[in-house]
Design a binder for this molecule. Structure first.
Ligand code: TRP
Length: 340
């Protein structure tokens, strides 16, 4: 039996190059070797209380993005978290096996408290219960489908560890019980985080980490002209075209090489070192490579967003497949805990 890999994406902001290379591409690659589950974590996005219209738009945008980059909804199970009510029932069940102290130690919550204290505010200022309980819902996402492997960014590692600890506590509590529907076999698999190390941090236009909050991103689906405009905003030094340039010091090079194979990268390195190529020309080269790679997905993304009936049908199909697994498993869990 194939191992199962599962990952969720929070629908916030428009996807950028860093999301693609750091998260989307490595997650989609797993479909080759694993039984894969991908979902849109729309109820996780609610913790930052976006406007309704904005959340709706981002959900569709994320769905179209994954499909445009090759997610095959026949092969993988692809669904919206909110379409699977079993997850939320499991979330409550798991919360009763989650020590409150775990949540006090969650990085995201601790950071919010630290920021509040620095600003002289109440420690819990602006922290809703959704933010506080976020890791429990995430554990429910993972355990509902008994995922073995969870591909995530390094910032989510602790959350996967919580899911594992919660699963162990649950298994231990019911392990010896005769009432267990599975007769002592542990109910939950213990999930492991898979941090993709292949991709280094993607630099943004200003040389800091590419991030929506720094406004230094290359959004994936801009049309050619605005994309070129963004590429031209990459910060460079004042070297003249004739001067040899150090590729390792150049944000343009750092971005460009992410799209090249080792041979091509070596060639480009030589061109930088040889001199005679100005920053305008270097940016143009990068733009051409980038645009070539994005042209197909961009067309597909626009087509998908325009065809809402198709997008709806894909998500509907995913919902049916996800629930056909979640519903019977939740029945077993309910029996185990004595509800029913
Ligand atoms: N918290 C994850 C993030 O912000 C998204 C997410 C929600 C997730 N549920 C998940 C990731 C389950 C992996 C598994 O990126």
């Amino acid at each position: 039996m194939l191992q199962r890999a599962l990952t969720g994406v929070k629908p916030t902001g428009d996807p950028h190059l860093g999301n693609w290379l750091g998260a989307i591409a490595p997650a989609l690659e797993l479909a080759r070797d694993y039984d894969t589950f991908y979902f849109i974590a729309d109820y996780h996005a609610l913790t930052s209380t976006p406007a309704g219209e904005e959340l709706r738009r981002h959900v569709r945008s994320i769905a179209a993005t994954y499909l445009a980059f090759g997610l095959d909804p026949k092969k993988s199970v692809f669904y919206r978290q909110s379409d699977v009510p079993e997850i939320f029932e499991l979330s409550w069940i798991l919360s009763c096996f989650t020590p409150k102290g775990f949540m006090n130690r969650a990085h995201a919550y601790k950071d919010a408290v630290a920021r509040n204290l620095d600003a002289g505010k109440d420690p819990d200022d602006g922290v809703n219960m959704g933010v506080f309980g976020y890791p429990v819902l995430m554990a429910a996402d993972i355990l509902m489908f008994n995922a073995d492997v969870v591909p995530v960014g390094a910032d989510q590692k602790q959350h996967v560890e919580f899911a594992r600890d919660i699963a162990e506590r649950f298994n231990l509590h019911y392990g010896a019980s005769k009432a267990s529907a599975t007769e002592n076999a542990p109910l939950f698999h213990l999930p492991e985080a898979r941090i993709s190390s292949a991709v280094k941090t993607v630099v943004g236009l200003d040389g800091r980490k590419m991030s929506k909050s720094y406004d230094n991103t290359l959004p994936l689906f801009l049309d050619e002209k605005p994309l070129l405009k963004r590429v031209n905003q990459i910060v460079t030094n004042s070297q003249s075209p004739e001067e040899p340039k150090d590729p390792n010091q150049s944000h343009v090079f750092q971005l460009h090489q992410l799209l090249l194979n080792p041979g091509e990268e070596g060639e480009l390195r030589k061109r930088y070192l040889a001199g005679g190529m100005g920053w305008g020309a270097a940016k143009k080269l990068f733009f051409e490579t980038l645009n070539e790679r994005l042209r197909g997905p961009r067309g597909e993304y626009n087509r998908l967003l325009a065809d809402s009936a198709y997008l709806d049908s894909v998500l509907h199909e995913g919902k049916l497949r996800a629930r056909s697994l979640a519903a019977p498993f939740l029945e077993t869990i309910r029996k185990t805990i004595g509800i029913q």
